[in-house]
Write a protein that binds this ligand. Structure first.
Ligand SMILES: C[S@@+](CC[C@H](N)C(=O)[O-])C[C@H]1O[C@@H](n2cnc3c(N)ncnc32)[C@H](O)[C@@H]1O
Length: 229
């Protein structure tokens, strides 16, 4: 199946989804300093904040106001629900049971994020910044998480962008987790192997790990990257 999106769309997931996409344990969630890269309208940060935990999210979309983000996500909604209807069999439909349910859940997730957005910007938890350069010092975080950006948008983002981005995340955080490893259309992302070869050449530790999450069929793996100690 050939799937084209001209741009990276803002479409956000919940804390439950983050915990499963990245195989996060309760200890990870309660003790690790976490950076979410490309979190967009995900509610992970807001839900963690409600639990008294601090996550920093960065995304270029945070230059926009809440109203602007809402209208961009709403514009995305109709296209992605229609896309999911047309490609129904390429998704698992377990935690989300239909394209319409997916659309409702994603909009509710965005509203939860938006309720926290202004306070989070003031608090430095939502930072307007994007790969391949991050405005954080070396090893500021224990974990950098990146979902539904790298590898997924294989056509829009070059291999060089992927390599620079993974290395930049591994500079700012002790460990990087990236999910999924599929491109749009559920094909293995063509960037995974070349990125891993480059990481190997540069002396990073890298591993593909199964996770207990699968929405795109076959998309149940993340890449874990660390600098050698
Ligand atoms: C499909 S959304 C995924 C949001 C979230 N990670 C999730 O899985 O729910 C992709 C996000 O990547 C963001 N993005 C696009 N280019 C980026 C860049 N260069 N650096 C960081 N984020 C970027 C977009 O603004 C958008 O919010």
């Amino acid at each position: 199946m050939r799937v084209k999106l001209q741009e990276v769309v803002p479409w956000g997931r919940s804390m439950w989804e983050y915990a499963h996409m990245f195989g996060l344990s309760d200890a990870d969630l309660s003790t690790k300093k976490i950076l979410g890269v490309g979190d967009g309208p995900a509610s992970f940060n807001a839900e963690m904040h409600e639990l008294g935990r601090r996550v920093v999210s960065c995304d270029p979309v945070y230059v926009f106001s809440a109203a602007q983000i809402r209208s961009r996500v709403q514009a995305t909604h109709d296209r992605l629900v229609e896309f999911a209807r047309q490609h129904h069999d390429t998704f698992t439909w377990r935690h989300l049971n239909s394209p319409e349910h997916m659309g409702e859940v994603r909009l509710a997730t965005m509203e939860r994020f938006l309720l926290d957005y202004a306070a989070g910007v003031r608090d430095g938890r939502y930072v307007a910044a994007g790969l391949p350069r991050l405005p954080f010092g070396d090893a500021t975080f224990d974990l950098a998480l990146c979902s539904h950006l790298l590898f997924l948008y294989a056509e829009q983002l070059s291999l060089a962008f992927h390599v620079d981005s993974v290395i930049e995340m591994a500079r700012a955080a002790r460990e990087v987790r990236i999910f999924p490893l599929l491109a749009l259309g559920n094909v293995p992302s063509p960037h995974v192997d070349p990125v891993r070869e480059e990481l190997e050449r540069r002396g990073y530790v890298h591993e593909v790990r199964k996770v207990p999450y699968e929405f795109q069929k076959g998309g149940d793996e993340m890449l874990v990257v660390r600098r050698k100690t």
